[in-house]
Design a protein around this ligand. Structure first.
Ligand code: BGC
Length: 342
């Protein structure tokens, strides 16, 4: 049984509307969703003794979400991740996007899908959010109709993304939740054991754009095919964290992506997806300056993201899986977040 309740969360400035909060409850999970950015604002999951903790980073009120902040819980688009120099050529025409993370365009530009009010519709076991991204929004071609549907089923939160375009456009949608399975506000994720089902990853240049090489993980710090304890692993390889795309199975069937286990609490998060990639980001740019829920501050490495998606900069790399959506086609991807204890 899932219940869904709805309440006002805050007022946008200048009469731009009311942001609502939707609370989904199953026997195992409680999930709060916002109509601002389709954000997951809270996710309570039990530990092995049955005691619940909120495992996603976020803010107590709307002001937190409206300030400059790194996409906490939000859906990002029209194109998640980086597009090199914010340019691409499509059907012979060059497009120039907003450059919001010099010298590249990141997560849809200056005002991406995370910074808009979506239209909610309550479902028996979840919420569907929709919006129309107008032709030319942030420099992208054509109008794009988008539906993001969150449903809850026991310990499983399912996120489905659908889109239809009036003109050919790149589309890449994901959710940007930062997790800490010890409970949000815990100082780091070093005691988390991580597995990612990827034989290959994408090395990046100094601006975090993939070089174009599809590199085997074998013998590198990127080999996470067997569980590694994150803190030890980073130390062993002398690296400062992950912010990379791991290449998953390319089939559009549901496939296993990743598993994260927090031994202290017993909490486990398993991720399954229809997407060909996942950006594993270890909160490298968090710096402790944001004021989070329950007095939390979020230092570097205090949360991790598993952003299931197409490969970064795919619009400029013909040998990457195609990121283009054409009129008459439908973009349709699903990611399953499965919580349990072990
Ligand atoms: C990117 C990071 C970026 C973060 C927040 C992640 O998806 O990979 O490089 O800092 O989002 O903006």
């Amino acid at each position: 049984m899932v219940s869904v309740t709805r309440a006002a969360f805050g007022e946008l400035p200048s009469g731009l509307g009311t942001v609502e909060r939707f609370r989904l409850r199953s026997e195992q999970l409680r999930v709060d969703l916002l109509s601002w950015g389709c954000a997951v604002a809270a996710l309570e999951a039990p530990d092995r003794r049955g005691s619940a903790a909120d495992v996603v980073l976020g803010f107590a009120g709307l002001e937190g979400y409206l300030q400059k902040q790194p996409y906490f819980g939000a859906v990002v688009g029209r194109v998640a991740n980086r597009i090199a120099k914010g340019t691409f050529t499509l059907d012979g025409k060059e497009y120039r996007l907003a450059i919001n993370r010099e010298p590249n365009s990141l997560h849809g530009g200056l005002r991406g899908f995370d910074k808009v009010l979506w239209t909610p519709q309550v479902l028996p076991n979840g919420v569907q959010f929709s919006r129309v991204s107008p032709d030319g929004e942030e420099g992208y071609p054509g109008e794009l109709k988008v539906w993001v549907t969150y449903t809850l089923d026991g310990g499983e939160l399912v996120i489905n993304y659908r889109a239809q375009a009036s003109q050919a456009t790149p589309v890449n949608l994901t959710n940007h939740s930062y997790f800490n399975l010890a409970g949000q506000g815990s100082p780091n994720i070093y005691d988390h054991e991580v597995t990612i089902q990827a034989d290959e990853f994408l090395p990046v240049d100094e601006t975090l754009i993939p070089t174009g090489v599809i590199a085997p993980v074998q013998g590198t710090a990127f080999d996470l095919r067997k569980p590694v304890e994150l803190g030890k692993h980073l130390q062993e390889f002398g690296i400062d964290g992950f912010d990379h795309n791991f290449c998953l199975q390319r089939s559009k069937d549901r496939h296993f992506c990743a598993r994260v286990h927090h031994a202290g609490s017993g909490r486990v998060l398993e991720v399954y997806t229809t997407q060909p990639g996942v950006q594993f980001y270890t909160g490298n740019f968090l710096d402790g300056t944001l004021k989070g829920k329950d007095g939390a501050v979020y230092p570097k490495h205090s949360g991790f993201c598993l952003e299931t998606q197409n490969w970064p900069n795919a619009v400029n790399e013909p040998h990457f899986p195609s990121v283009l959506l054409r009129p008459g086609e439908e973009y349709n991807h699903t990611t399953w977040l499965v919580f349990s204890v072990a």
